[in-house]
Write a protein that binds this ligand. Structure first.
Ligand SMILES: O=C(O)CCC(=O)C(=O)O
Length: 286
């Protein structure tokens, strides 16, 4: 079975992205240094300590998908300046540019999510991130791309993400993947798995007795689809106003102007950026 290609941070972006286009995913090792990893962990420590494992959506399907012994934390741009730097990382933006701009004028952050998989957690169901939206273009352009950052070492035992190479090109969108088709993104802390929104993947089983797998998922979606996370509620405007303009745009604090002449995400028929930057009142007072 094909494994995913591995690169070091000196690799040219095109080599990395060509590998994602061919295999569905690729690994870049050693992108983040220890200081940055520590800053992320420190800034998110209290949220992580306060979080209970598992989710309480009331749906067995979603709770099973999230994992009973996995901690998931979002709203990260509100909680962590280091996360804001990460969502603006040149490698991630170049990745999103390459795969998403053919289908849109700009894209959003889809979600930033800590996925901390606890001891004894079984493997997650293999799925496609594109499955968030109905009517996926199949086959067709990419509408979402994802990354999984290893904040701790990702070994096979601790639950490194599983990926089914080539599944992003399966012409039968309903075809199920066999667990045996998956390879694991084993990688040292500070590395990243970049993957297509069309590739089948899922968290691996954590077969350790006492080690948590610290993963950070960062994904992007074309500007004309609704993201998984509601950033405008997760990151209040007072906080968004202090962020770089590119971060504001990724969080939906600007409007989207498609090529066909329409406009999306307006406030009182104006670009939301005018309200974000304080040059126009929201117009919601009366
Ligand atoms: O935690 C992982 O390795 C992948 C998780 C994932 O794909 C998801 O929850 O959507």
């Amino acid at each position: 079975m094909t494994d995913m290609k591995r690169f070091d941070p000196g690799a040219q972006n095109d080599w990395i992205f060509d590998a994602v286009a061919r295999d569905g995913g690729a690994i870049v090792e050693g992108v983040l240094n220890r200081g940055f990893l520590q800053a992320l962990r420190d800034e998110l420590a209290s949220s992580i300590n306060d979080a209970e494992p598992g989710s309480r959506s009331g749906s067995d399907r979603i709770e099973g998908f999230h994992g009973a012994n996995t901690k998931r934390i979002c709203s990260l741009a509100r909680r962590s300046p280091a996360f804001v730097d990460l969502m603006l990382h040149p490698l991630l933006l170049a990745f999103a540019d390459r795969f998403l701009l053919p289908a849109c004028r700009d894209y959003w952050l889809n979600t930033g999510q800590l996925m901390i998989v606890g001891p004894g957690e079984p493997a997650q169901r293999l799925h496609r991130d594109e499955g968030n939206w109905p009517y996926q273009p199949w086959p067709g352009p990419d509408v979402t791309v994802s990354s999984m950052w290893a904040l701790s070492d990702f070994s096979a035992e601790v639950g490194a993400t599983r990926v089914v190479p080539g599944s992003h090109q399966w012409t039968d969108g309903d075809r199920d993947a066999d667990d045996g088709d998956a390879v694991q993104a084993v990688m040292p802390a500070g590395s990243v798995l970049l993957y297509s929104g069309k590739v089948k993947h899922g968290a691996g089983a954590n077969r350790t007795a006492d080690t948590w797998r610290w993963g950070l998922h960062v994904s992007y979606v074309v500007g004309w689809l609704r993201p998984e996370e509601n950033h405008n509620m997760a990151v209040p405007i007072e906080i968004a106003r202090r962020l770089p303009e590119r971060a504001q745009a990724l969080l939906g604090y600007t409007s989207y102007v498609p090529d066909n002449g329409g406009r999306l995400g307006l406030v009182e028929f104006e670009d939301a950026a005018l309200v974000t930057r304080g040059t126009k009142a929201a117009g919601l007072e009366g």
